[in-house]
Write a protein that binds this ligand. Structure first.
Ligand SMILES: NC(=O)C1=CN([C@@H]2O[C@H](COP(=O)(O)OP(=O)(O)OC[C@H]3O[C@@H](n4cnc5c(N)ncnc54)[C@H](OP(=O)(O)O)[C@@H]3O)[C@@H](O)[C@H]2O)C=CC1
Ligand SMILES: CC(C)(CO)C(=O)C(=O)O
Length: 254
């Protein structure tokens, strides 16, 4: 039995606890989630020998309950294992492209670079992925973000699984041109985002090895402020306690 874990990273722990009670003792869980930390959360609850983590660049947009629009070409990638082998053919029969990787960390960090660069920018500009490669300025921002992630990975001795991270990010954005990133879908429906598990984790990992990641930091705060603004409909300045403000006037509109 295979349990595919495709919940948001902040839902992983709950899903793992549920899985613990009904996954067959010989069954395995395969996470294709974005971000860092899902493998550890699942392993802590289900046991490391039952948890596999891969990635997918197959885009999907939820259009209504039970209705999903395929969001362009992509692949499912995971490290070869006897326990996953029986499911490879099933994925292929269902029309998915399946790729084999030699180790998990480069795979996860490669996907992290892709999501750190595409997802927040799609939220900030409210565009489908393809739009991000249409303008020089957004392309530059995507490139700078992805290169920061690559620098952090290298500081940990992890080589990303592509020759050129910028080409990889732009390639995914082009192949999923019509897709709304999973983060944009979250923001549009008022759900929590995975920005902490993506750009937030890049920042945490970078801090430990002393690599500067200013663009990831800015993207994290921009996404958080957009989410916050959407949930607080009117200007909350008068009641804001968290800003140690010195001025008694409201902020100037620029
Ligand atoms: N969408 C995309 O294009 C891609 C997404 N990903 C990654 O895949 C993962 C899933 O993304 P996505 O499909 O967009 O997410 P969605 O939030 O659209 O879908 C997740 C679904 O899982 C349900 N769910 C949550 N917890 C449980 C549970 N314990 N038991 C059963 N169902 C549960 C949610 O229900 P409810 O809404 O009620 O919480 C929701 O319907 C994420 O990590 C994402 O980053 C990776 C590549 C592409
Ligand atoms: C592959 C991509 C960028 C597809 O949109 C994705 O992983 C996501 O939206 O989270």
């Amino acid at each position: 039995m295979l349990a595919l874990v495709l919940v948001k990273s902040w839902q992983t722990e709950r899903a793992a606890k549920q899985l613990r009670s009904f996954l067959h003792p010989q069954g395995v869980a395969l996470s294709l989630q974005n971000g860092l930390g899902n493998h550890q959360k699942l392993s802590a609850i289900l046991g490391a020998d039952r948890v596999f983590t891969g990635v997918t660049t197959t885009g999907a947009t939820l259009v209504a309950p039970g209705r999903v629009r395929a969001g362009g070409e992509g692949a499912i990638s995971f490290v070869a294992s006897d326990r996953l082998e029986p499911f490879r053919e099933r994925f292929k029969k269902s029309g998915f492209v399946v790729e084999t990787a030699t180790s998990m960390e480069p795979l996860i960090w490669g996907k992290l670079a892709i999501n750190a660069a595409i997802n927040p920018l799609s939220v900030i500009w409210r565009v489908a992925n393809g739009e991000l490669v249409c303008q020089q300025s957004t392309r530059k921002l995507m490139a700078m973000t992805a290169r920061e992630v690559e620098a952090v990975a290298l500081a940990y001795g992890i080589q990303l699984p592509f020759e050129d991270v910028v080409e990889a990010v732009e390639g995914v954005a082009q192949r999923t041109a019509q897709n709304r990133s999973s983060m944009l879908q979250d923001v549009l429906r008022g759900a929590p985002t995975e920005v902490d598990a993506i750009n937030g984790e890049v920042i945490r990992a970078a801090r430990k090895v002393g690599v500067p990641v200013p663009i990831n930091r800015i993207l994290l705060y921009l996404v958080k402020s957009i989410v916050k603004r959407k949930s607080t409909r009117k200007c909350n300045y008068a009641n804001c306690k968290s800003v140690g403000r010195t001025a008694s006037r409201p902020p100037t509109t620029l």
